[in-house]
Design a protein. Structure first.
Length: 422
């Protein structure tokens, strides 16, 4: 494995609080030094003052493969991830077939290895076929490498099934990742219930559907002592419940995604289907509540919530269009917008995409430390670029940020010390 010395960099390590000019030496795929000079003959990369941080850890994303390769493949997702500075990605299991078999878990892990640029960590299906009726074989899935258990974009609607999932996952040291939305309330809704949805004639999903599911599962976490993790939390009411549960000492964690702190429901405009997401975009007060929860530590991670769709999925009347947006290439840039806006300190923002999700997943990455994997992201925090659907890396182009001007551009991405982008 090639050695490399990166000089003239602004080293950023949220785990230790490091923010200083420095030099980083890579040897055999790992960080060998943050200060020392290399042996003669080691190649040198002058970062020119750019920021060097751990490679991003994305703990919630979907990829079409297996079953929907027309939307996205592992290879195309790896390309988009590398362009976004992401080196580790946790994959939701609601593929076709669902990841409810140990052989499928092993297959996904191996496919990640073949990219050479991305570690793939599949969640095992919490229930067989992600159908919510019968638990999967947690022990076998965990042994095969499952990062945790989830039914992906489907909520585990049955309280009994969720209780069992939390109990069994606890026995194997794993968390259950829940889509926090009461399916009986959400129904076939396509936008947050309220004035805007009514004016546009769209079926609404009450924001309370999220808080109701969160409240139920917090009670089940209390009952079972299990670890429940809520994905893409988007409402202030749900975050208040999570904040109180943490104060109580329950094993409750959560993440959110950039659309929920950068956009509000007005982004759907005149039936703009690229902004149709699940959960739907919320009111401005909820967006501000998500920002506050990022700043005070209630939210544990920022995930891309990458949901690839092809043109035929989106070029439909809004109510019939598929929900979901791509987010791999824009994860860093949209998050840095909150740094530039003064809402989040830089190290706090980066920590939500590096060591904090890594800790939730039990990984030895997300840090700039001696001996840590040389998974790295080199970026210019102030370099401007514009999100343009059709020009994004990867196969899927359905970005809710289409047309958005951002500051924060990835210059290079390194996986195990090897440059895989830039």
């Amino acid at each position: 494995m090639a050695h490399l010395l990166i000089t003239n960099a602004r080293l950023l390590d949220p785990a230790s609080g490091l923010d200083a000019p420095g030099t980083l030496l890579i040897e055999n795929g790992r960080i060998a030094s943050l200060t020392g000079a290399p042996a003669e003959g080691v190649p040198v990369l002058d970062a020119g003052g750019a920021c060097l941080c751990p490679g991003l850890v994305d703990m919630r994303a979907s990829i079409g493969e297996p079953g929907a390769e027309h939307r996205e493949t592992i290879a195309s997702a790896a390309q988009a991830a590398a362009a976004g500075g992401i080196t580790t990605l946790a994959l939701l299991p609601d593929t076709e077939p669902a990841l409810d078999d140990p052989a499928l878990i092993e297959f996904i892990i191996r496919r990640g290895e073949t990219t050479g640029s991305l570690t793939l960590l599949p969640y095992g299906a919490a229930t067989k076929h992600c159908a919510g009726k019968e638990l999967s074989e947690y022990g076998l899935l965990r042994e095969a490498g499952a990062a945790g258990f989830s039914d992906g974009a489907k909520a585990i609607g049955s309280a009994r099934m969720m209780r069992l999932a939390l109990s069994y996952a606890r026995a194997f040291g794993a968390m259950v990742v829940q889509h926090p939305e009461d399916p009986s309330l959400a129904g076939t809704g396509s936008a947050t219930e309220g004035e805007l949805a009514t004016r546009l004639g769209l079926p609404g999903i009450p924001a309370a559907a999220e808080a109701i599911m969160v409240a139920r599962d917090i009670a089940l976490a209390r009952l079972t002592s299990g670890h429940v993790h809520f994905g893409h939390v988007s409402t202030g009411a749900a975050l208040d419940l999570i904040r109180a549960a943490k104060a109580e000492g329950l094993h409750v964690t959560c993440d959110t995604a950039p659309p929920y702190f950068d956009l509000n429901e007005t982004a759907i405009g005149d039936f703009r289907s690229y902004a149709k997401l699940s959960p739907p975009l919320r009111r401005e007060e909820d967006r501000l509540a998500v920002l506050a929860a990022l700043a005070d530590g209630t939210i544990d991670a920022i995930a891309s919530d990458h949901q690839p769709r092809d043109a035929d999925d989106k070029r439909l009347p809004f109510a019939q269009a598929e929900a979901g947006g791509v987010g791999l290439a824009t994860l860093l840039g949209v998050t840095l917008a909150q740094v530039h806006g003064g809402n989040l300190p830089l190290l706090t923002a980066l920590g939500l995409m590096t060591h904090r999700p890594a800790a939730l997943l039990g990984l030895d990455c997300g840090r700039l430390a001696m001996g840590a994997p040389a998974d790295l992201c080199l970026f210019w925090p102030d370099r401007a670029w514009q999100v343009k659907a059709g020009q994004l890396p990867g196969k899927a182009q359905n970005s809710p940020f289409d047309g958005r001007a951002l500051e924060g551009k990835v210059m290079a991405t390194f996986k195990a010390g090897r440059r895989v982008f830039g």
